[in-house]
Write a protein that binds this ligand. Structure first.
Ligand code: FAD
Ligand code: NAD
Length: 479
């Protein structure tokens, strides 16, 4: 039997590594187990998010956004001549950012005294964790508390089995090294729209096949409608109600995709196909039969509102448990659980988790949609302000979209904020802070926002909730 730890975290993604650092900060003797190794056998820290998710996708989105701006610089009077993209350099830049960040996590572990245990973690009975190294050596570590943070893996679908370099999941999609002429994407969710945007900006013909009839069903209808209009202009061809029935690699260089929609059997031929139809919890090999931890009917680790599993002293967080599969949700759960283990009172507010899609314009929201609130019978008032009326957005040549704020008709409390616009990934934090503090629309109306900023759209949307917006004509009468 080896060293006993106060906390063993299994998985070093944004859930696990944040939980481990917080636990160590709180004076708990902490270890983090990670199975992912690079081609030299060194541990890969940071999980999906840092290695094949949030960070690399945002690096590619930023590079291609800059490319698009350079191509359109003449609106500012800047003459650039022909602009071209060195895709290999763009991918290398992305890899460098990933490398820096994952090394940064190793540095943070060291600085905080977190012990890294390299290998596959398995929870045994009585809070013991077996770690099996790459050479097959297994060591069992006892712990006072265990935090499972094993994350998720992409869903595969039988009609589109992955191939080495033509039919790709999100990981392969981040390493395409030449601009494809034609790209197919299965799934118009977050990954489909973000990766579709990357390549559409470089001139690829992008076709996105979405099984559902509704576009962005999880978003407020105004956001989904505006986004559909804008993506159409950007030549992102989203086909709704399209059920993929098969794929065939032709001559080893292109993929024929067959799908069924309202008009019947259809076919497209593409140079690369990305499968982005969702992710599922990663629990294979994680739990011994007598670990005491149960899975729910969808395969997620079953937890209560504070991430406790059915086994006392064992918690689970992040993508492997219920709730949105988002890095910030995983990290906040990690902090909550570490605090609980250290004996502090901790609770996470699941009603205020921002969601963002990093296309351009970006889509961002927090709280409930107008449709959800109406279905719940809540009386609401809605204010909306378009970026087309914002001086700063005009100066930035970034006037698509709006801020929409929804407040309770009776209490004025803000219930949801939904945005489409240039940098709404940053603006949405203002709405999240306001909602976390239980703000009313009036609280934001009375707040001084600097001029000229795009943030003023948040102020104006709050004013518009009561028909008081200054820089547009209000539909509602001022009381
Ligand atoms: P993961 O990041 O999946 O980490 C789990 C870790 O546990 C992995 O390192 C894995 O190797 C390890 N592990 C699993 N089982 C074991 C075991 N038995 N023993 C040892 N180690 C184990 N979210 C956002 O919020 N914003 C974004 O912009 C965003 N973009 C994304 C883009 C893409 C392309 C993808 C795929 C995802 C994106 N996400 C984004 C989602 C985000 O990556 C996840 O929500 C987040 O990584 C979940 O964190 P986690 O710690 O729960 O799991
Ligand atoms: P998703 O759930 O966002 O979207 C999957 C889409 O595929 C859905 O619209 C679904 O209707 C569609 N679909 C499912 N089966 C299909 C089929 N057979 N044919 C056609 N369409 C089908 O999943 P994703 O885009 O794979 O992303 C996975 C997870 O990663 C998401 O939960 C998301 O939270 C996270 N993520 C977040 C960000 C971000 O925060 N910006 C970015 C990327 C990924």
């Amino acid at each position: 039997m080896s060293d006993k730890f106060d906390v063993i975290v299994v998985g070093a993604g944004p859930g696990g590594y944040v939980a481990a650092i917080r636990a160590a900060q709180l004076g708990l003797k902490t270890a983090c187990v990670e199975k992912w190794v690079d081609d030299k056998g060194a541990a890969v820290l940071g999980g999906t998010c840092l290695n094949v998710g949030c960070i690399p996708s945002k690096a590619l989105l930023e590079s291609t956004h800059q490319f698009h701006n350079a191509q359109h610089a003449d609106v500012h009077g800047i003459q650039t001549g022909e602009v071209s993209m060195d895709v290999k350099k763009m991918v290398a830049r992305k890899d460098k950012i990933v490398g820096n960040l994952t090394m940064g996590v190793a540095g943070l572990f060291k600085a905080n005294g977190v012990t890294l245990l390299q290998g596959m973690g398995k929870l045994l009975a009585d809070k013991q964790v077996q770690v099996t190294a790459a050479d097959g050596t297994a060591t069992v570590y006892p712990a006072e508390n265990v935090i499972l943070a094993s994350g998720s893996v992409p869903v595969n679908i039988p009609p589109a089995p992955l191939t080495e370099d033509l039919i790709l999941d999100n990981e392969g999609a981040l390493n395409i090294s030449e601009t494809p002429k034609r790209l197919g994407v299965i799934g118009a969710g977050v990954i489909g729209l973000e990766m579709g945007s990357v390549w559409a900006r470089l001139g690829t013909e992008v076709t996105v096949l979405e099984a559902m009839d509704d576009f962005l069903a999880m978003a407020d209808k105004d956001v989904a409608k505006e986004a559909a209009k804008i993506f159409k202009k950007q030549k992102l061809d989203v086909k709704l109600g399209a059920l993929v029935t098969g794929t065939e690699v032709v001559d080893g260089k292109e993929v024929k995709v067959t799908y069924k929609d309202a008009k019947g059997e259809q076919e497209i031929v593409v140079d690369k196909l990305i499968v982005a139809v969702g992710r599922r919890p990663q629990t294979q090999g994680l739990l011994a039969d007598d670990s005491g931890v149960k899975l729910d009917e969808r395969g997620f680790i079953f937890v209560d509102g504070q991430c406790r599993t059915e086994a006392p002293g064992v918690y689970a967080i992040g993508d492997s448990v219920r709730g949105p599969m988002l890095a910030h949700k995983a990290s906040e759960e990690g902090i909550m659980v570490a605090d609980i283990i250290a004996g502090h009172h901790a609770q996470m507010n699941y009603d205020v988790i921002p969601s963002i899609i990093y296309t351009h314009p970006e889509l961002a929201w927090v709280g409930k949609t107008e449709q959800e609130l109406k279905a719940e019978g809540v009386a609401i008032k809605v204010g909306k302000f378009p970026f087309a009326a914002s001086g700063r957005a005009m100066a930035s040549n970034d006037t698509d979209g709006f801020v929409k704020m929804i407040a309770d008709e009776k209490t004025d409390r803000i219930l949801g904020v939904h945005m489409v616009g240039g940098i709404v990934s940053e603006l949405i934090a203002q709405a999240a802070i306001a909602m976390e503090f239980g703000s009313t629309a009036e609280d934001l109306q009375l707040t001084v926002f600097a001029h000229p900023t795009v943030s003023e759209a948040v102020h104006e949307a709050a004013l518009a909730v009561d028909g008081h917006a200054i820089h547009m004509a209000n539909r509602k009468k001022r009381k």
